[in-house]
Design a protein around this ligand. Sequence first.
Ligand code: 4AD
Ligand code: MG
Length: 430
Amino acid sequence: MVQFSHVSEAIKKLGTTVTLRGWVHRKRESGGLAFIIIRDSTGILQTATKKDAVDATSWKAASDTTIESSVIVTGKVKEDKRAPTGYELSVEKFENVGIAEPFPITEYQSTELLLDKRHLWLRSQKMMNIMKVRALVFRYIRDFFAEREFWEVTPPILTKAGGESGSDMFETDFFGTKAYLTQSSQLYLEAMMPSLEKVYDLVPSFRAEKSRTTKHLAEYWHLEAEMAYYSCDDNMKLQEDLVSYICQKVAKEQQPLLEALGVDKKTLEVVKPPFKRMTYKDALDYLKKHGQKKEWLDDIGAEDEKVLTEKEDKPIFISKWPIKIKSFYMRPDPDDPEFVLNADLQAPHGHGEIIGGSERISDYATLHKRIKELGLNPKNYEWYMDTARYGAVPHSGFGLGTERTIKWILNLDHIRDAIPFPRMINRAEP
Ligand code: 4AD
Ligand code: MG
């Protein structure tokens, strides 16, 4: 049986013969010599096939192969300063597994074409590295919550009641009745909280927002958590710890990936508690001082977030928002009921909001009143209000957009590159 090596292992076996299974990344041929760079999930390696040194079948296979063909190559590993990564494989045997048709992506392509050919573009070094960071961020999130003894739960995706703004919901036919794709699992997490006390989930959320911005997706992966007996302050502390944990892990353990993606690990090393806190009022004052036109009760939009965070090195909290512009479930501040006990977390360097969180209303009468005040139909929230009816406890929670977090961590220009197959206002394919 042939033992296969990955590129990352092969370069540690100088002088020995290894067999790689990969795809053709680049190809150059002159005279009786073919330089073919092989890619696998661990890296790239230049291979050199000499017509004189291999049998006729291998030479034909190397000559015939094309960009993105799948290949199996055997040869001896050596150091070579001229090769792209400093190593080269002297080929003894070359075999094509699947010959690729002419690859539609060449060196300089429009963004539009790269999105149309996303399924193929995901093979690029850049996308491969981003997708690794994405997977690692998901892993670190789960590690963090496991260390803190949270339970991961799985809420429904099809729902009847929305938690956030109702107008931005994708409607679907549910056996002749209307249902919606979930915008947030929060209400379900709150319902599971009296059973498991500390819960989180990491599932898709859907927003039919007609926003064409660099930070809106129609389908994104939402990390949400809900904790019994957590105050708004406990909640913020947890978010600070979570975001710092992710950044520290990526900085410490993923140096080669960061380097490949051109990210300075120092930008992540500085992300440690405590984060700066400012109130909604402070934020408005700051924005007005920095040339933004703002009125009381205005939302803080994408441009404002940029102004607020571009000079920051660490995320900042914006707390204490007016009750009039926030969701029904947020607990009014008992000392100042015009405001709610909430905070949004804004990522630095202009990236903006990555988390929304708050303490929840746990009192049935207040909850019922707020649902009616906001013109929502209490009937749709009967089951949800049972959480307040049967053994209510103070509790808090938050939701973090994973793609926005990855966009910030890797300083990407656009959120679409933080997810393999982005769904945006004008795109649900491939
Ligand atoms: O601020 P949002 O709407 O809050 C909620 O959904 C709450 N129920 C969360 C909670 O308290 N459990 O969304 C939370 C986060 C935002 O801060 C943002 O990071 C992300 O979800 N998000 C989006 N990410 C990508 N594309 C979109 N269209 C997003 N909308 C929100
Ligand atoms: Mg928000």
